[in-house]
Design a protein around this ligand. Sequence first.
Ligand code: ASP
Length: 597
Amino acid sequence: MAESMKGLHRSHRCTEISKENIGQAVTVMGWVQKSRNKGGIIFTDLRDRSGILQVIFEECDCGSAVFEKAATLRSEFVIAVEGIMTARQGAVNENLKTGDIEIRAKSLRILSESATPPFPIEENSRTKEELRLKYRYLDLRRPDLQRNLMTRSRVATLTRAFLADEGFLEIETPTLIKSTPEGARDYLVPSRVHPGSFYALPQSPQLFKQLLMCSGYDRYFQLARCYRDEDLRADRQPEFTQIDMELSFVDVDDVLAVNERLLQKLFKEICGIDLQLPLLRMTWQEAMDRFGSDKPDMRFGMELKDVSETVQGCEFAVFRNALAAGGTVRGINAAGQAGMPRKKIDALVEFAKGFGAKGLAYMAIQTDGSFKASFAKFMKPEELNALAKAMDAKPGDLLFFAADQKTVVWDVLGNLRLELARQLDLMKKDDFRFLWVTEFPLLEYSEEEKRFTAKHHPFTMPMEEDWHLIDSDPGAVRAKAYDIVLNGTELGGGSVRIHQADIQEKMLEVLGFTPESAHEQFGFLLDAFQYGVPPHAGLAYGLDRVVMLMVGADSIRDVIAFPKVKDASCLMCEAPAAVDEKQLCELGIEVAKGTEE
Ligand code: ASP
């Protein structure tokens, strides 16, 4: 029978007790990790969110009634124990924070019993994730997940304190808003009061935070829940949290500076790391050229090299044809890998094909300085020499080349670079390399939609020096947009916003809006711009990703209390689910026949 808390008060969490408390009476509460009855003595490991404490029940301390009750303890029972702290009488457990002490119980209350859990509650669980997610409330008892969520809470608290100190106001924006088709797919919520009309859940507070700047709030932030109905990849969730901010009367440098200080504070307090400011900065163009990625991992080199000029005029058709079609030939140098077995190289060629490469040329520099290349017979010795030189290759190195249109080559070599680094173990989780990537293109061409779309979003300010190209060469216009990248992951991004109605209208026109459709979608923002709008800029971090990298987790699911799985469902509460006919009726909604699951 579950006992009550009457008259009981917890004095400490399990690991808030140390040798200093020896001799004191304490009251602790938590879950039974395990309990062993060794005849006249019962050893119980008591667990709470702070860790584990050993409890000893012996008849001479607690009397026979308590001892008998203790003999019924099973894993995951919730108990309260009053007793006296002592030095550990058996062997000290080096793995426990409280390994040198124990509590000798005087009383015991069983606050609730537990059925046998479907999997053991233990660190580094080997239980399949599906089962753990079904019983997430049990999974969340595991120490590693508890630590992750405690870190997440600290990040939120520190962020709030830091931003408040810097003059930011925490302001909530609505989560039932109007759908905007630009960007990812919206989650829709039907309106009962307005049958046939829908709210959207926000993909970000973007328009509202800009309006707050129009309203004079100057510096805003929010830990904002955002929703995007995308096909999920490993590191995506349909709902996620942003540290979202917006500032008035600032330009790029001001936003970067305050955010560098925020990152410095967070990484010092949480990870004990001293970030040297200013953080490294690189333009988007440079990042693509050197690393084939707009979020390069800076923990290792292996940079891309353009060898188009060096191979110009060679007989190798793959190189020749790519160049003739206006493409490029670039390579990376896997230093010291000349001895890589053929099988592994073949697997890398297949890997490259997955990113659109037609093939991958390679060349090993043997220890005697001779070359072994997949294309050796099509090149003269001096051409091979020139190529090795252009790649800074030394004996023992292995070179890979991709020849195609520039964007394909970037993608292929950028990903190959990462794959090689994974295989060669060049990316250490505790090596934190930050990078700002700046001057992103304003627009990108969508083959699917046959039009330009906004690379960041439609409110991003073009760079003044490029704006004259907006009609003649829109793809060449750069934006005042920036991303903060950590170890190859985009932690966040933002931009200076357009604050001039004429530029904003032109931008919407380039994106394919008519004046009417622009007004229909963003009329309130365009209107607001007519009543005095300060220059403003902002940024948002993916909080889940920030915490994931801080704690070294492999997935953001490990830093979210109740995450969803790939098909956007929750295995525990089984959302989404069908609803009552009556509910649908009230909303004026009918599910089209044949579309139900
Ligand atoms: N709203 C943007 C996003 O969600 C961030 C920003 O521009 O501040 O990516």
